[in-house]
Design a binder for this molecule. Structure first.
Ligand code: PHE
Ligand code: ZN
Length: 884
C-alpha cells in the first residue's frame, strides 16, 4: 500500500466582488438598480477662466439620447456651483424649463435627438479646502475628480459610464500661472490682453469625467523621453516647484521602468506623445491616474538619499507604476459604476505589486504585501466596515489584487496573460464590470497540468518536504475519490495547487515515501487564514531548514527577469514558507504569553524560538532583507486580531518583553550584525544595499530597546554618522523608544536640522505620533499646536492623527483620552476636509473588539460625532455605520 498523507484546510472565502454593497451610497448607483444613462455625451469642450476670487467654467456638451427617441428629463450632478447660464442649441433655457437644487440641475424637456448643451458656472477654488474638484495648493490650481469631484466644477452626468472626448481651454494670468496643463495633447497656446495667456488641450481618447484634470501655476519640470516598442517617442515631464526638481530623478526612473515593464509583461504600450506628472503638497489620497496628467502628493514623487528612506523610494516606484498602469487598467478600459472599483484598483494593485517584485526581490515583496493584508485588511473584514466593495476606500484595493493573483495562480502566467489580452481586445474604450473581466480571463483554456474545476475556488499551493528539507516529488493525488495525475510532461512536480471548493476537503497524496512536513499556502496563494495541525516541531523544522537547495533558490529569486514569471512562482515559495513558519510560531508564542500576562504569570521565552532566530541571523548566505523580515515580530494589531477580546496593554507588554528578551539573548549577534553592515558607500536604491540597511536598522532597534548605556550610545553614533535618511531615521526611531532626555534631545536636534523640509517634518510628526511611550496623547495634543502642523494638509493629518490612531496603547488608553482626542479632532477636521475626516473617524470602527469599558468610551465619542451639527455625509456615514 502506498503511504498517504492527508490535509484538510478550513478557509475563509475571498472577498466577493458580486454581492450587493451594504453602504448607503447615492441611490442611482446601487448595483442591482444599475440603469444605463438616459443621455450620452459625445464630446465635451471646457473653458476655464481662472481668477483670484472666482473661476468661470463654460462647458459645451454634444448630447445624444442613450436610447432611441427618449424624451426623459436630463439630470446633471452639481455641488457648490453658481449657475450663470444654461443654453440648449444656443438658446437660453427659460426658467420653467429647468430646475436646480443643491445636488442637481434638471433639464425638464430636452429636444429629441442630438443637441448642444452649454452651461456656465462660477466656482471658488481658493475657498475649496475639501481638495475635491478644482482647488488651490500652495498658490497653484489643481483638480481631483475621482470619484465625484467633477460635479464641483460644472453640472455634468458625473458617472464613469458616461465617456466622452474632451477639449480644455485654460485662460489665466501669465505671471501667476505660467504653466497651464490638461489631459491629452497641447494643440494651441498664446498670449491674451491684460497680462493673460491661454492653452488649448485636446484628449483624443474617450474618458469618464473622473479622469479629467487641470493644473495651472508656477512649476518647473524635469523632462525625459521614452521610446515605445513600436517606436513612438513619448515626452515625459515631472512638474514641481523649482526647488524640488532635483528630487524627481527617482520618480522619472520609476516611470520609465514602468513603461518598459508594461510592454514586456503585458504587451501594453503608451498611447499618446506626452505624459505628465504633477506634484502637489495638498492631496487627499496618494495619487491620481488622470489621463496623461497624473497628479501626486509630494511624498510619492520627491526623494533624495538625504531626505527619503528606502521605504519612500519603494513607495514611489510602486505608486508611479500604479498610476501609469491605470492607463490601460482603469482609463482605456474603465468601470461601469463605482461598485466595479476593484476592476481598476484590484487589477492595478496586482500589476504594481508584480512590477515592484520584478524590480526588487519577489519574496521580500510578497512578505511585505502579505503583512499589509494581515495588518489592514483582515481587521477590516472582521469589523462593521466589512463590505464587498466599498468605493473610495484604499483598503479595497488589496483584496481585489489578491483575487486577481488567485486567477493568475489558477491559470498560470501564460493563461493569465492570454486572458488579459482578450480583456483588452474586447473592452478597449468601454466602461465594464468585474464579471466582464473574469469572463475574459476564464475563457482561455487552462494550461496543461492545471485543470480548472469550478469558476470560484480557493487555490492552496502545497508542497511536501522530506526529513532532509527537500521537496518531495509529487506524482498523483486522490481528490473527490478520484486519482489524478500531478505530473507535468510526465515529470513529477514539487508544488501543486489544491482547489478548495468546500469548507472542508480531503486530498490524499499518492506514492509518498516517508512522512512529510506539508508546506501549505506557498507564496500565500490565496488571501485566507489557514489553520493546520502542523506541530510546533514541524514549524521549528521549517524555520531552521537551510538546505543548500533552499539557499540557492532564494538567491535566484532575487535576480530574475520579468519574462520568467512562472518559474519564479516556484522559486519564491521556499523562502516565503520559512518566513511564514516563523510568523506562525511567533503568533503562537505571543498569544500564549498574552494569556500568561493576563493571569499575572511570569513571562518566559521559549529558548527554541531564540535559537531559531539566532540561526537565521547567523546565516550569512540568506538574503539580508529576508533576515530582517524573518526576525521581525508580528505587529500588535495582528495579535489583537486573533484574540476574542483585544487587549492592547497585554499585547504591548508581551511584544516589548519578547523584543527585549531577544535583544538580551542575541545581543552579540545583533551587535556584530550592526557593525558588519555599516557602509561608507554613497546611497543607492538597489536590493542589496536596501537589504543591508534593513537588516542593520532592525538589529539596531532591538539593541536600543535594551535602554542600556552602550546600546543607546551605539544608536546615537549611528544617528550622528548616518549619511542617508534611511539610516538616520531608523536610528532616531530606535532611540525614541525610550522616554527621557536622550529621546527629547535627539528629536529636537532632528527637527532643527530638517525644519525647512516639509516631508521630513511629516516623518518627524509620524514618529512621535505612533510612539508607544506612556501618556503620549498629551504630546500629540501639543504637536497639534506646533507651528509646522497644518490641519489643512492631509499628509500632516495622516502623519500625526492617523499615526496616533495606529498606536494601540495610546489610542486605546484605558482612560479614554485617546478616543476623546480623536473625537474632538474629527469634528474640527470635518469643517475643513470631510474626506480626510472620514478616514480618521474610521479608527473607531472596530470599537466592539475591546473590553466593556473601552467600548463605552469609544461609543460615547461616536455618538457625540453623529449628533454634531452640520456634520458632513462622509463622516456621518462612517460613524453611524460603526454604531449600527
Ligand atoms: N485612483 C487613485 C489611485 O489609484 C486613488 C484615488 C481614489 C484618488 C479616489 C483619489 C480619489 O491611486
Ligand atoms: Zn489605483
Amino acid at each position: 500500500a502506498s503511504k498517504r498523507t492527508t490535509c484538510s484546510v478550513a478557509t475563509e472565502p475571498p472577498p466577493s466582488t458580486t454581492e450587493e454593497p451594504e453602504m448607503d451610497l447615492p441611490k442611482e448607483i446601487f448595483l442591482k438598480e444599475y440603469k444605463k444613462p438616459d443621455y450620452l455625451f459625445d464630446s465635451v469642450n471646457l473653458e476655464f477662466q481662472l481668477g483670484e476670487d472666482k473661476t468661470i467654467v463654460t462647458s459645451k456638451i454634444a448630447v445624444s439620447p442613450g436610447t432611441e427617441g427618449t424624451s426623459s428629463p436630463l439630470t446633471l450632478h452639481g455641488r457648490d456651483l453658481k449657475l450663470l447660464s444654461i443654453k440648449v442649441n444656443g438658446k437660453d433655457l427659460k426658467s420653467e424649463d429647468y430646475t436646480v437644487d443643491s445636488r442637481h440641475l434638471t433639464v425638464s424637456r430636452p429636444p429629441g435627438g442630438t443637441f448642444n448643451l452649454e452651461i456656465v458656472t462660477e466656482i471658488y477654488p481658493q475657498l475649496n479646502t475639501s481638495l475635491e474638484g478644482l482647488y488651490k495648493s500652495t498658490g497653484n490650481f489643481c483638480t481631483q475628480c475621482e470619484a465625484e469631484g467633477f460635479r464641483k466644477i460644472t453640472y455634468f452626468q458625473d458617472r464613469p459610464d458616461v465617456m466622452a472626448t474632451y477639449t480644455c481651454r485654460i485662460e489665466a494670468d501669465k505671471t501667476l500661472y505660467p504653466v497651464l496643463l490638461s489631459n491629452g495633447n497641447l494643440i494651441e497656446q498664446g498670449d491674451l490682453e491684460g497680462g493673460k495667456h491661454y492653452a488649448l488641450w485636446e484628449d483624443p481618447f474617450k474618458k469618464p469625467s473622473y479622469l479629467f484634470a487641470l493644473v495651472a501655476g508656477q512649476l518647473d519640470c524635469r523632462e525625459d523621453s521614452f521610446t515605445t516598442c513600436s517606436g513612438r517617442k513619448v515626452t515625459l515631464r515631472i512638474w514641481t516647484p523649482g526647488q524640488d526638481l532635483a528630487k524627481t530623478a527617482h520618480a522619472m526612473y520609476s516611470l520609465k521602468a514602468a513603461m518598459k515593464w508594461d510592454e514586456e509583461v503585458f504587451g501594453l504600450e503608451y498611447d499618446l506623445d506626452l505624459f505628465n506628472i504633477v506634484v502637489v503638497p495638498d492631496f487627499n489620497m496618494g495619487a491620481m491616474e488622470n489621463k496623461s496628467l497624473n497628479i501626486f502628493q509630494s511624498r510619492l514623487v520627491l526623494a533624495s538619499p538625504e531626505t527619503a528612506t528606502d521605504g519612500d523610494y519603494a513607495a514611489i516606484l510602486g505608486v508611479v507604476g500604479h498610476e501609469y498602469f491605470h492607463n490601460w487598467t482603469g482609463n482605456r478600459v474603465t468601470c461601469r459604476d463605482w461598485f466595479q472599483l476593484t476592476l481598476k484598483e484590484g487589477l492595478t494593485v496586482f500589476r504594481d505589486q508584480e512590477f515592484s517584485s520584478d524590480l526588487g526581490c519577489r519574496t521580500v515583496k510578497r512578505i511585505a504585501d502579505v503583512s499589509k493584508l494581515r495588518t489592514y485588511q483582515f481587521p477590516q473584514d472582521a469589523g462593521p466596515m466589512a463590505h464587498p466593495i466599498r468605493p473610495h476606500s484604499w483598503t479595497i484595493f488589496i483584496p481585489g489584487a489578491e483575487v486577481v493573483r488567485m486567477y493568475k495562480t489558477m491559470f498560470g502566467a501564460s493563461g493569465f496573460r492570454k486572458g488579459m489580452d482578450l480583456y483588452f481586445q474586447r473592452h478597449d474604450g468601454q466602461a465594464v464590470t468585474c464579471e466582464d473581466f473574469y469572463a475574459a480571463i476564464q475563457e482561455v483554456p487552462p494550461t496543461p497540468g492545471q485543470p480548472v474545476k469550478e469558476p470560484m475556488f480557493i487555490p492552496i499551493a502545497v508542497g511536501l518536504v522530506d526529513s532532509t528539507g527537500k521537496d518531495m516529488p509529487l506524482t498523483s493525488i486522490y481528490s473527490d475519490g478520484m486519482l489524478q495525475s500531478l505530473t507535468s510532461d510526465g515529470q513529477p512536480v514539487f508544488t501543486t495547487v489544491l482547489q478548495f471548493n468546500k469548507k472542508e476537503e480531503e486530498f490524499i497524496f499518492n506514492n509518498i515515501p516517508e512522512k512529510p512536513v506539508p508546506s501549505l499556502l506557498r507564496g500565500y496563494s490565496a488571501p485566507v487564514r489557514l489553520d493546520s495541525d502542523l506541530t510546533e516541531s514541524d514549524l521549528f523544522f521549517l524555520l531552521a531548514n537551510d538546505s543548500d537547495e533552499f539557499n540557492r533558490l532564494l538567491s535566484v529569486s532575487c535576480f530574475k527577469s520579468s519574462s520568467l514569471l512562472l518559474e519564479i512562482f516556484n522559486l519564491r515559495i521556499l523562502a516565503f514558507l520559512r518566513w511564514e513558519a516563523g510568523q506562525v510560531l511567533s503568533r503562537k508564542l505571543m498569544l500564549s504569553l498574552v494569556a500568561d500576562f493576563q493571569q499575572q504569570k511570569t513571562l518566559a521565552l521559549n529558548p527554541k524560538f531564540v535559537d531559531g532566530l539566532r540561526s537565521i541571523l547567523r546565516n550569512t548566505s540568506l538574503d539580508k532583507e529576508f533576515i530582517a523580515k524573518a526576525i521581525t515580530l508580528p505587529g500588535q494589531g495582528e495579535i489583537m486580531d486573533m484574540m476574542p477580546v483585544a487587549d492592547p496593554d497585554a499585547v504591548h507588554a508581551v511584544r516589548t518583553f519578547i523584543k527585549k528578551e531577544l535583544a538580551l539573548q542575541l545581543k552579540d549577534d545583533l551587535l556584530s550584525t550592526v557593525t558588519n553592515n555599516r557602509s561608507s558607500e554613497a546611497y543607492t536604491f538597489d536590493h542589496d544595499s536596501m537589504a543591508r540597511r534593513a537588516l542593520k536598522n532592525t538589529c539596531l532597534a532591538y539593541l536600543a530597546s535594551l535602554n542600556e548605556p552602550d546600546t543607546t550610545e551605539l544608536a546615537f553614533i549611528e544617528y550622528k554618522s548616518a549619511t542617508n535618511m534611511t539610516e538616520q531615521f531608523a536610528a532616531l526611531a530606535a532611540l525614541s523608544q525610550n522616554p527621557g532626555q536622550v529621546r527629547d534631545d535627539t528629536l529636537l536636534d532632528f527637527y532643527n536640522k530638517w525644519q525647512h523640509d516639509y516631508l521630513v517634518v511629516s516623518k518627524w510628526f509620524a514618529l512621535q505620533a505612533t510612539s508607544d511611550i506612556p501618556g503620549n496623547v498629551a504630546n500629540v495634543q501639543k504637536l497639534l499646536g506646533h507651528p509646522a502642523f497644518d490641519m489643512r494638509n492631509p499628509n500632516k493629518v495622516y502623519s500625526l492623527i492617523g499615526g496616533f490612531c495606529g498606536s494601540p496603547v495610546n489610542f486605546h488608553a484605558k482612560d479614554g483620552s485617546g478616543y476623546k482626542f480623536l473625537g474632538e479632532v474629527v469634528l474640527q477636521l470635518d469643517k475643513i476636509n470631510p474626506q480626510v475626516a472620514s478616514r480618521m473617524v474610521s479608527a473607531f470602527s472596530r470599537w466592539r473588539r475591546y473590553d466593556e469599558s473601552r467600548q463605552a468610551l469609544a461609543k460615547a465619542q461616536l455618538e457625540m460625532i453623529v449628533s454634531a451639527n452640520g456634520l458632513s455625509e462622509n463622516v456621518y456615514e462612517i460613524a453611524s455605520k460603526s454604531l449600527a
